[in-house]
Design a protein around this ligand. Sequence first.
Ligand SMILES: Nc1ncnc2c1ncn2[C@@H]1O[C@H](COP(=O)(O)OP(=O)(O)OP(=O)(O)O)[C@@H](O)[C@H]1O
Length: 240
Amino acid sequence: MTAVLEGRDLSVRYGDLPVLRDVGFTVAPGEAVGIVGPNGAGKTTLLNVLAGAVRPTGGTVRFDGRDITRARPDQRARMGIGRAFQIPRPFGGMTVLENVVVAATHGAGLRGHAAHRRCADVLDECGLTTLANRRAESLGLLHRKRLELARCLATGPRVVLLDEIGGGLTDAEAAELVAAVRQVRSAGTAIVWIEHIVHVLVQVVDRLICMDTGRVIADGEPARVLGDAVVIDAYLGRTS
Ligand SMILES: Nc1ncnc2c1ncn2[C@@H]1O[C@H](COP(=O)(O)OP(=O)(O)OP(=O)(O)O)[C@@H](O)[C@H]1O
């Protein structure tokens, strides 16, 4: 099966500092992949390269088998690569609905009935329908995270890139977020999720990748990766 999103031999250097070193990465259609690793391992840089925010110094990015290495982030969003950030950045003065409409129209190029239908579906999926007319700036953290996910989904992605969206949530809120991400997943959207809260991540993902110093050091079934001595030494040992 062709990967929906694939990175081959990806390298990024900042001056003399190699941040990604020949990273290979794939996510299959509908698959959920988690990425873990210590601070500075290169996880966000990898997501930036996949989303088009950082141009790699070497290697290629493919979407549906097509080389998109030189495509801009907005072009990738329209192709079907959505992204949600660790710190939600909604338009604070706009309502929840208006924020989602902006994503559906500007991000996905939808108009009229199609845009409204998409927004209604996404608000429902993210449990935000009853908050549609609330100003984004008045939302609490969990609802701002839900809105961040909704804005990402409003672009109609085939793969979503989630960067530490669980940070700062209570256990109960994280459980709600897991339910929302699971629902995204069950709709057939592939997920790439960076998360330090490993017990949250493993409730959703099929596969886990561990990075350290710009390299992939393990990639496979979550329980096997978490039991890998190299992963324990590089990452888990430091967090416990
Ligand atoms: N724009 C930049 N210029 C210079 N160095 C950078 C830049 N962006 C990231 N780095 C460096 O690249 C390395 C990898 O950073 P990155 O944010 O990708 O790691 P990470 O695994 O996501 O870490 P964290 O878990 O702390 O978010 C770090 O050493 C970081 O300081």
